[in-house]
Ligand binder design. Structure first.
Ligand code: UDP
Length: 328
């Protein structure tokens, strides 16, 4: 049985579906603070509880025979992490330590951790490899990197086996159209553009047009949520086969798209014209973040399959079918 903590969230719910499709048994632990009960596949068991609560963890580890834990539950808004760092250190660091402690108490030693490109900060290279210096510039990135360091120590001292996956910009929705992205507030570029094109927002703002990039807007590496889910399963299998034990992998497409290119692709996919407004830079945005995912390709055979068009197409199908997200 695989325990998916935060399995009612965006990336967690897609991974749960994929695990079930590949015949894994899944129990989800989620406090539903930002996740959605409706996003959890009916084939999964759902335990409502909090990973910061030792009693909730004891209950789940006592009730099921857990082989491995995937941990998606975290706060992930950069701006909020700057204004409320305590929330990030409590929910992303302290709570994860409680989870790791309970795993060890219950003899569970395989862990897959959701980390982020934000651990790199402003990279000193065009293409980011796992060897690129980590130097996060906000509490969100720091909270994730702290856990990465803790995992190294727990591996050395207690034999914890783990894979860290550093996501770049997750996008898209499941091809079935049944699950997708539903954040409150929504802060991500692609859902914001699509909500605007659906008539739910007046315009789309481009945060900064004076970056040192081809068209002056920020470049990001967008990766389909189903590709992310697939990487989790390969990582899990590599732990189970004892192929790998303490590894860090980037997950991206290896291609960068500017904010302008993303908006143009949304217009192309939907056949609608966006009302684009140019505004100031958003604090803490590096000009360019592009991943090299060569390492996970070479070691686990993972490669992104979906294009930017396909990310936007699947996201558009989700948003048009669920204009108000999960709340109908
Ligand atoms: N962005 C933008 N307008 C928006 C939201 C985002 O121009 O309304 C830009 C943002 O500055 C960044 C890129 O789009 O360069 C992706 O931002 P997002 O918040 O989706 O992901 P992040 O890169 O912060 O993880």
């Amino acid at each position: 049985m695989i325990l998916v903590v935060g399995g009612a969230g965006y990336i967690g719910s897609h991974t749960v579906k994929q695990l079930l499709d590949q015949n894994f048994e899944v129990v989800v632990l989620d406090n539903l603070s930002t996740g959605h009960r409706e996003s959890v596949d009916e084939r999964a068991l759902l335990e409502i509880g909090d990973l910061s609560n030792a009693a909730d963890l004891d209950r789940v580890f006592g009730k099921y025979s857990i082989d491995a834990v995937m941990h998606f539950a975290a706060n992930s808004l950069v701006g909020e992490s700057v204004s409320n760092p305590l929330k990030y250190y409590k929910n992303n660091v302290t709570a994860t330590i409680t989870l790791l402690e309970k795993m060890m108490e219950h003899g569970v030693k395989s862990f897959i951790f959701s980390s982020t490109a934000a651990t790199y900060g402003i990279p000193d290279t065009d293409i980011i490899t796992e060897g690129t210096l980590t130097n996060p510039i906000n509490p969100y990135g720091r909270s994730k990197l702290m856990i990465e360091h803790i995992l190294q120590d727990f591996h050395a001292a207690y034999g914890m086996k783990y894979v860290v996956l550093r996501y770049f910009n997750a996008a898209g929705a499941h091809v079935s159209g049944t699950i997708g992205e539903d954040h409150t507030p929504e802060t991500h570029l692609i859902p914001l553009v699509l909500q605007h094109l659906l008539g739910k927002r007046e315009s789309i703002s481009v945060f900064g047009t004076d970056y040192d990039t081809n068209d002056g807007t920020c470049i990001r590496d967008y990766i389909h949520v189903t590709d992310l889910a697939e990487a989790h399963i390969l990582a899990l299998q590599s732990l189970q086969n004892e192929q790998k034990s303490n590894e860090v992998y980037n997950l991206g497409n290896g291609k960068g798209f500017s904010v302008k290119e993303v908006i143009e692709t949304c217009e192309h996919v939907t056949g609608k014209k966006a009302n684009v407004i140019h505004t100031e830079r958003r604090a803490g945005d590096p000009a360019q973040l592009i991943a090299s995912s060569e390492k996970i390709y070479e070691e686990l055979g993972w490669k992104a399959k979906y294009s930017l068009e396909e990310m936007i197409q699947t996201a558009w199908e989700w948003h048009t079918a669920h204009p108000n997200g999960y709340s109908k």
